[in-house]
Design a protein around this ligand. Structure first.
Ligand SMILES: C[S@@+](CC[C@H](N)C(=O)[O-])C[C@H]1O[C@@H](n2cnc3c(N)ncnc32)[C@H](O)[C@@H]1O
Length: 269
C-alpha cells in the first residue's frame, strides 16, 4: 500500500460552482495513490473536507459533486461508452431496445440509467447498496428508473430477491462498480442469475481484474463464463475509463454479451 506523507501534498483548486469547490491533490515526486486510495477535498459552506473517492455516500450527498469530480475533472466516459457499445451490439444483431428490461447494478445517482433510456429502453430498474445513491437519483434524475431498490447484492433479503425476480428483467448493466470493495464476484453472479435466459449483459471492469494473477476473483469468473459459454460476447472494447488523480489513464474493458444460462454459485465459492 502506498503511504502518503500529507506534508508532501499540495492542493490545487480545479473547479468551482456556486455551491462547492473541488480540489485534487497534487502529489510530490513519485508518491502514487492506488485507485482505491484516491481522494479530493471539497469546500462546502466555508468548510473544507477530505473525501475518499470510494466514500460515495458523501459524494452523492453534495448535489453535482459526482458529475463534477468524475466526469468534468477526471473525464470519465463509461456510462456513455457502454450505451454506445450496447447500441452497436443491438443494431448488429437486429435486437430492438424496446424489448430490453434492464437491471442497472450499482446504479449510483442514475447516470447509466439515464444513458440507457436514450436508446429507447422502456424498463429500467436500479439497485444500489447506498440510500444516498437512491436519494441522489430521486433528487437529480427522478424519472430514470421504474424502481430503485436499496439493497446489498451480497445479502439480498427474500423480499428484495422476489421484487427483482418479479420484475422479469432480461438485461443487466453494471458500470464502474465491480471490485475495489464494491460489488464482489458473488454479488455479480447473484444479480446475473436474476436476469432471464436468454438475456443480455453489459458491464465494465478494470482491465487488471481480468489478468491471470488477479486476486479479486473476477478474472477466473469471467474466463469461466466465457469458456462455458454462459455468456457469448457481442461487443468488447478496451478503453480509458477516466484519469487518475495523477492524470494517468485508468484502463477498463467494456463487454456486451448474450446470456445463455445461469452461473452455478459454486463457481464463486
Ligand atoms: C463508481 S459507482 C458507479 C455508479 C454508476 N454505475 C456510474 O457509473 O455512475 C459504484 C456504485 O456501486 C455501488 N455498490 C457497491 N457495492 C455494492 C453492493 N454490494 N450492492 C449494490 N451496490 C453496490 C456503490 O454504492 C456505488 O454507487
Amino acid at each position: 500500500m502506498t503511504i502518503i506523507n500529507s506534508n508532501k501534498l499540495t492542493l490545487s483548486g480545479v473547479t468551482s460552482s456556486a455551491d462547492f469547490e473541488v480540489f485534487l491533490p497534487e502529489l510530490d515526486g513519485d508518491l502514487l495513490l492506488d485507485q482505491d486510495e484516491e481522494w479530493c477535498e471539497v469546500l462546502v459552506d466555508g468548510r473544507r473536507d477530505r473525501i475518499r473517492f470510494h466514500d460515495y455516500h458523501r459524494i452523492y450527498d453534495i448535489p453535482g459533486m459526482y458529475e463534477r469530480l468524475f466526469y468534468d475533472m477526471l473525464e470519465c466516459v463509461s456510462p456513455r461508452l457502454v450505451r454506445d457499445l450496447l447500441a452497436t451490439a443491438l443494431a448488429d444483431h437486429a435486437m430492438n431496445p424496446e424489448n430490453l428490461r434492464v437491471l442497472d447494478v450499482g446504479a449510483g445517482n442514475g447516470m447509466v440509467g439515464e444513458e440507457i433510456r436514450t436508446l429507447g429502453v422502456e424498463t429500467v430498474h436500479g439497485v444500489d447498496i447506498l440510500e444516498e445513491a437512491a436519494a441522489a437519483t430521486r433528487r437529480d434524475r427522478p424519472n430514470v428508473y421504474d424502481d430503485y431498490l436499496v439493497a446489498d447484492l451480497t445479502d439480498l433479503t427474500l423480499e428484495q430477491h422476489d421484487v427483482l425476480v418479479h420484475a422479469d428483467l432480461n438485461t443487466m448493466t453494471t458500470v464502474a462498480a465491480l471490485g475495489f470493495g464494491d460489488i464482489p464476484p458473488a454479488a455479480f453472479v447473484g444479480a446475473f442469475n436474476l436476469i432471464e435466459t436468454p438475456g443480455l449483459l453489459a458491464f465494465t471492469i478494470k482491465d487488471d481484474f481480468l489478468r491471470d494473477n488477479d486476486p479479486s476473483g473476477f478474472s477466473r469468473l469471467i474466463q469461466r463464463m466465457l469458456a462455458e459459454k454462459t455468456i457469448v460476447p457481442l461487443a468488447v472494447k478496451h478503453y480509458r475509463h477516466r484519469l487518475s488523480v495523477h492524470g494517468k489513464p485508468l484502463d477498463y474493458i467494456a463487454f456486451v454479451a448474450r446470456k445463455t444460462g445461469d452461473v452455478p454459485v459454486a463457481w464463486v465459492r
